[in-house]
Design a protein around this ligand. Structure first.
Ligand SMILES: NC(=O)c1ccc[n+]([C@@H]2O[C@H](COP(=O)([O-])OP(=O)(O)OC[C@H]3O[C@@H](n4cnc5c(N)ncnc54)[C@H](OP(=O)(O)O)[C@@H]3O)[C@@H](O)[C@H]2O)c1
Length: 283
């Protein structure tokens, strides 16, 4: 069987073209959309991500400000800065970078981000809004899975989707988005018994685990769609997914590549959220 590659580049370009136009309209009206990145680590992967977000913002006409609190920042200091940025009318959007300093919990501090500015949907409040079907920002990665599927003409309504992973940042919000699309969702995790049997029953398998190559041909039934959210760094510094692409190719009907699948769409959606937050604030 031929396995179609669910490439994210074209979709990301279309989203960015729209975002750029909307950002330019805001700038012309007198206030460029403004994103604050709050950092409290010296992690190289986070530094790389911050750089790529800065570049993406610049390309889209969004002002991006890095607010570095240092690795010694306390939960109280982080909460205070997030509350200050939430109250600042010149800031449209806030993203808190992980990892956080030792002992600081994401759920705890992220509650200080105003929901209207939580463009990556990290706070428990945003997850609750999403679960309730109320307006808010879903985490961009989980939204990217849904958008990538739709862009490639993959129907979700009535389909059985197996989501492997139940984190607050990917698995759980993705489950909510898929339910909103009228999919039937099974969520698997580290305590799931007989993962291959669960995933092989699904029309669509989404891997959001953080274990390189976990999903093989044994986990996928002939013709199923496989979307790989995983980003794992191998010994040579290359990024690989949670799906063993070599094993699954020829069995799956479609597979999203890593890199180049979910990743570029995620960044594009984040930038779209920033502009959306600015439009909603309409200051
Ligand atoms: N492309 C992007 O833009 C993007 C953004 C965010 C994350 N990611 C990537 O997505 C992956 C998941 O991220 P995350 O933050 O959700 O990770 P996480 O918080 O570590 O959660 C991993 C999930 O996978 C489950 N799991 C672990 N081992 C398993 C196994 N052997 N079988 C079945 N389930 C297993 C865990 O189960 P338990 O709940 O039982 O522990 C947990 O629910 C990572 O590779 C991450 O780098 C990519």
């Amino acid at each position: 069987m031929d396995t179609t590659s669910l490439i994210g580049k074209e979709l990301a370009a279309a989203i960015n073209a729209d975002t750029k136009q909307r950002a330019a309209a805001r700038t012309e009206a007198g206030s460029a959309p403004r994103l604050a990145l709050v950092i409290a680590n010296d992690d190289p992967a986070s530094a790389w991500y911050v750089k790529s977000l800065n570049r993406a913002a610049e390309r889209n006409g969004i002002v991006c400000e890095n607010v570095d609190l240092g690795v010694e920042a306390t939960a109280e200091e982080i909460r205070a800065k997030l509350a200050e940025l939430s109250a600042d009318a010149t800031v449209d959007a806030i993203m808190l970078q992980t990892p956080l300093p030792k002992g600081v919990g994401l759920d705890d501090v992220s509650l200080s981000i105003a929901a209207a500015k939580d463009v990556d949907g990290v706070s428990p409040l945003s997850l609750g809004l999403l679960a309730s079907g109320l307006p808010g920002f879903p985490p961009a990665t989980s939204e990217a899975v849904v958008e990538l599927a739709k862009f490639h003409g993959i129907a979700l309504e009535g389909r059985h989707v197996a989501v492997v992973g139940r984190s607050n940042v990917v698995g759980k919000p993705l489950t909510q988005l898929l339910l909103a699309e009228n999919a039937t969702v099974t969520v698997a995790h580290s305590r799931t018994r007989d993962l291959p049997a669960i995933t092989s029953a699904a029309d669509i398998v989404v891997a959001a685990v953080g274990r390189a190559g976990l999903i093989t041909a044994d986990h996928v039934r002939e013709g199923a769609v496989v979307i790989d959210v995983g980003t794992n760094e191998d010994d040579n510094g290359n990024i690989t997914g949670d799906v063993n692409a070599e094993s699954v190719t020829g069995v799956a009907g479609a597979l999203s590549p890593v890199p180049g699948g979910v990743g570029p769409v995620t960044t594009a959606l984040l930038m779209r959220h920033v502009v959306q937050a600015a439009e909603n604030a309409n200051h």
